[in-house]
Design a protein around this ligand. Structure first.
Ligand SMILES: [Zn+2]
Length: 276
């Protein structure tokens, strides 16, 4: 059994090695990241198809639905992230099934997800991803690539509303979708007079949370408010500072506000944006 796994890993590595490296000099981090990821699960990646872009590697498992994600979509998402945050390199993994996605994502849950970001790669949940519209696919890819670019997987101390809200801010920026469309669940609550009193916290973003869509919408609108009111650059600076100092200190330094003050302004913004 063990020997077989090693042979399988070697076969895959030959496939990875045969992918042409980019013209740029220096260590090929994309290739080494891909090899590392492939070695962890040879049972999933044997016979995988690999496509290389300038700054992206797309690895599609044998048996994955054809055209689940294209390199073109990944590169469009990379440009969207680069325009706000900066360049991002990424390996995108497309397993053949939800079960395989769950193996790759563990201990994170994949239930109800279309894709997940880890430190240097994105895992596509092929069943969830296939349900998305073309615009939805682009939003999700951009969202997850923002997480990779900002190192979200290593930012356990940051406020979740900022981590998820920022990823959605970049994700929806050029989607052409309107606020009531994006924040449909929250709009329904606000229209009936229920304006949330607190920014969403970590537990609100757990899989299976009863107000999960609203938590994302609330976080997105908090970041959108900051970008509209202070400018996008300040939102980016806030995020960078929050990674170093924590969210509360960054809010004080960059916006001159406490979380309580921001929450008040955000609630007024929700009412203004979502009430007919
Ligand atoms: Zn996210």
């Amino acid at each position: 059994m063990r020997r077989m796994r090693v042979q399988v890993a070697v076969a895959l590595l030959v496939a990875v090695m045969s992918v042409a490296a980019p013209a740029s000099a220096g260590p090929d981090r994309l290739l080494s990241d891909t090899r590392h990821l492939a070695r962890e699960h040879p049972e999933i990646w044997t016979g995988a198809t690999i496509a290389r872009g300038d700054q992206a590697m797309l690895v599609v498992a044998q048996g994955a639905p054809a055209g689940t994600v294209t390199l073109r979509e990944i590169e469009k998402a990379q440009r969207a992230v680069a325009a706000v945050w900066g360049p991002v390199q990424v390996v995108v993994l497309v397993p053949a099934s939800t079960v395989q996605a769950a193996v790759l994502a563990a201990p994170a849950a994949v239930e109800g997800m279309a894709a997940l970001a880890d430190i240097d790669h994105v895992i596509i949940e092929p069943t969830g991803f296939a349900r998305l519209s073309p615009v939805g696919r682009q939003v999700v890819l951009t969202h997850e690539l923002t997480h990779v670019a900002t190192g979200a997987a290593g930012s356990a101390d940051m406020a979740m509303w900022l981590v998820e809200g920022f990823a959605d801010y970049v994700g929806y920026l050029h989607s052409g979708l309107t606020v009531p469309t994006i924040a449909a669940e929250l709009a329904e609550e606000v229209e009936s007079g229920n304006i949330p009193t607190e920014l969403p916290d970590r537990t609100d973003f757990h899989a299976g949370s009863p107000r999960l869509p609203q938590a994302y919408e609330e976080a997105w609108l908090a970041c959108r408010y900051i970008a509209e009111h202070y400018g996008q650059d300040r939102l980016v600076t806030l995020y960078r500072q929050a990674r170093r100092l924590g969210t509360e200190a960054a809010l004080r330094d960059i916006l001159g506000r406490t979380t309580t003050e921001l929450t008040q302004a955000w609630r007024a913004y929700l009412a203004q944006q979502l009430r007919p």
